[in-house]
Design a protein around this ligand. Structure first.
Ligand code: PEP
Ligand code: MN
Length: 350
């Protein structure tokens, strides 16, 4: 249920409505950023009827939200959420590129990649310090040492840092080091971790599970937003299908579905979906054209030597080339790409 207050309803009336909702044993969620204040009600197990709120002073209307996802639902908050990652805005009209290696391997390599992706137009740096690997024998990440390298990358380049937390102890450390916390595909349905991430109040990049439906992704986001943290960016990274020409199938239809259904921004990670670098640039361009709010791309100075996900990582000239091609599409769809202004549209020659 959504309680929409009248335009200009005084704070007193809003507070009174909030406390009336609490008295009913329900949870009021004051929705940020609305022209009119709206209060989403969650926690209704069906026993109470919030209809009685209708007669409170200042209440304009009550809207029933029938879908199981409430707070992430566009019906609750019609305006786009723009997630501010320490000055880098994800959502609305911008197109943010987060790039970097799969894992942080060493200081010099991380700095080299960071400088190159920044020069090419990326505004955020990705790289795992804690790696949830399919095999317990694979490289698991540098952990705290990796976080220190990420801190240095931010200090030296100004790029904002997104990195993954895999459990409560790593979350505590990641929250202190990063600008945005990544929740990986394997943890999308780790509900206790999602609640903890919500409690940090920090920007969160929530990746879709390998076999998660769109609704399951939205329910996972709901866990975070239910903690009062609206700074959630959804990430499509491919799902498992019968296709064997790629590692996963990139489901670009999630982008328009998300834009219709939720106010949260959505970015696309073609690297983990394709699993092979030759397909990554085309899928990146498709993600921009389909209306995504940004990309996550793996890039490495020597992909053949990378300790994880080398086959899908672009080399640095490849990343530069990709960014140039994105600028052209960005100017066609009127979306500035990365940290550069939209490229001028080239004149046709006839
Ligand atoms: C990653 O981004 O490094 C990663 C492990 O991705 P995913 O969780 O999508 O597999
Ligand atoms: Mn990876």
């Amino acid at each position: 249920m959504l309680v929409v207050m009248r335009v200009g309803a005084p704070r007193k009336q809003i507070e009174r409505t909030v406390s009336a909702i609490r008295k009913l044993g329900l949870k009021p969620n004051v929705i940020p950023g609305s022209l009119r204040t709206a209060i989403g009600i969650t926690g209704n197990k069906g026993a109470v009827d919030p209809e009685r709120l209708r007669s409170l002073p200042g209440v304009a209307e009550l809207i029933r939200v029938t879908k199981p996802y409430k707070l992430v639902n566009r019906e609750m908050k019609p305006e786009d959420t723009v997630v501010d990652v320490d000055g880098v805005k994800i959502g609305g009209r911008s197109f943010v590129v987060m790039a970097g290696p799969c894992a942080i391997e060493d200081r010099a390599g991380a700095l080299r990649i960071a400088r190159a992706v920044k020069r090419a137009g990326a505004t955020m740096f990705r790289g795992g310090a804690y790696k949830p690997r399919t095999s317990p024998y694979s490289f698991q990440g540098l952990e705290e040492k990796g976080l220190d390298i990420l801190r240095e990358v931010r200090e030296k380049t100004g790029l904002k840092i997104v990195t993954e937390a895999i459990d409560p102890p790593s979350l505590e450390k990641v929250a202190r080091a990063a600008d945005m916390i990544q929740i990986g595909a394997r943890n999308m349905q780790n509900y206790s971790l999602l609640r903890l991430v919500g409690e940090t109040g920090m920007p969160v990049l929530l990746k879709r599970g390998f076999s998660a439906t769109f609704e399951e992704l939205l329910m996972a986001a709901e866990y975070i937003v239910d903690q009062g943290n609206y700074n959630v960016v959804l990430c499509e990274r491919g799902v498992r299908t019968f296709a064997d020409h790629t590692r996963s199938t990139l489901d670009l239809s999630l982008v328009p579905a998300a834009k219709r259904t939720t106010h949260l921004p959505v970015v696309v990670d073609p690297s983990h979906a394709a699993g092979r670098r030759d397909m990554v640039p085309a899928l990146c361009r498709a993600a921009l054209a389909v209306g995504a709010h940004g990309l996550m791309v793996e890039a490495h100075h020597s992909p053949e030597k990378a300790l994880s996900d080398g086959p899908q990582s672009l080399d640095l000239p490849g990343f530069r080339k990709l960014m140039k091609s994105l600028e052209k599409i960005g100017s066609a769809v009127r979306t500035p790409v990365g940290g550069r202004p939209a490229a001028r549209r080239t004149r046709s020659r006839h």
